[in-house]
Write a protein that binds this ligand. Structure first.
Ligand SMILES: Nc1ncnc2c1ncn2[C@@H]1O[C@H](COP(=O)(O)OP(=O)(O)OP(=O)(O)O)[C@@H](O)[C@H]1O
Ligand SMILES: [Mg+2]
Length: 260
């Protein structure tokens, strides 16, 4: 098995937009020829100003959008050209945790149903084991079984984020992309969720790509940091080195603005 969980080579994505039928087409180069690798068990932080392309990278990794160019490998397997059908096998192996739980959690489903869903879709366990598996997931993310019959609106923001995390690990994903997973949460809850993510990383040997605006978060969570600027990765370096001695002028500016 490949020691490299994720490998991205010359990955690009451009969007063609047109405000109305009469205006000229405009091309937005959201991601420009980026390359990086993430080792199994590693956590790579992706930072950069708003609009620098971070979420587009996340969507590309999850194959929620198709790349304009380049290649994505998951544990040594090229998944760039896989059809929807063949991708299903790999879909469980890479999952995403978004910032806003309400955009993902169907308000009409109970917590139990929300956790059963990925288990059934990905056929993770036999049917008769699903109830037990739901309980195991709840325990892993620090929620009580008594929450099972509640709806998302009856839980706190932090508890809903725990449900998203449980759904991501339900498929036995080995790679999890976290796109600002705590930014919508109360500061007092952020630390708890980050610690849960760290605990799960250890217990399940997860690999993270961690997108955030908060350098304190990357410092706490990540082994390495990639700095994005206008769709490019301008520098990629170990966390400590990046934060203390960035080389690229934009990375220097970004890190300095946070420290002052
Ligand atoms: N579906 C789309 N159609 C057209 N343009 C898009 C689309 N998605 C993203 N973009 C553009 O691509 C660029 C990168 O956007 P992206 O959402 O990846 O940035 P980001 O780094 O995640 O920003 P933020 O920190 O604000 O979340 C932006 O200019 C954005 O407007
Ligand atoms: Mg984003």
């Amino acid at each position: 098995m490949s020691d490299i969980a994720l490998k991205v080579v010359d990955l690009s994505k451009h969007f063609v937009i047109r405000n109305n039928v009469f205006s000229k087409k405009k091309i937005i180069h959201a991601v420009r020829k980026i390359s990086f690798e993430v080792k199994s068990g590693e956590s790579l932080g992706l930072i950069g100003e708003s609009g620098s392309g971070k979420t587009t990278v996340a969507n590309l990794l999850l194959k929620l959008i198709e790349p304009s160019e380049g290649r994505i490998e998951l544990f040594g397997k090229d998944i760039t050209q896989l059809s929807e059908e063949s991708m299903r096998i790999y879909r469980g192996d890479i999952q995403i945790i978004f910032q806003y739980t309400h955009a993902v959690l169907d308000p009409k489903m109970t917590i139990s149903e929300l956790l059963r869903e990925p288990l059934e879709i990905h056929q993770v366990v036999a049917k008769y084991q699903i109830d037990n598996e739901v309980d195991r997931l709840l325990e892993l993310v620090g929620l009580s079984k008594s929450e099972k019959n509640k709806f998302p609106s009856q839980l706190s923001g932090g508890q809903n984020q725990r449900i998203l995390i449980a759904r991501a690990i339900a498929t036995r994903a080995r790679v999890i992309v976290c796109d600002e997973p705590v930014s919508a949460l109360d500061v007092s809850v952020q630390g708890q969720i980050l610690n849960l993510l760290l605990k799960l990383k250890e217990e399940l040997n997860l690999t993270y790509v961690f997108i955030t605006h908060d350098l304190n978060v990357v410092k706490h969570m990540c082994n390495r940091i990639a700095v994005m600027y206008q769709g490019e990765i301008v520098e990629i370096e170990n966390t400590e080195k990046m934060l203390s001695d960035p080389q690229n002028p934009y990375a220097q500016k970004l890190i300095k603005s946070f420290l002052t």
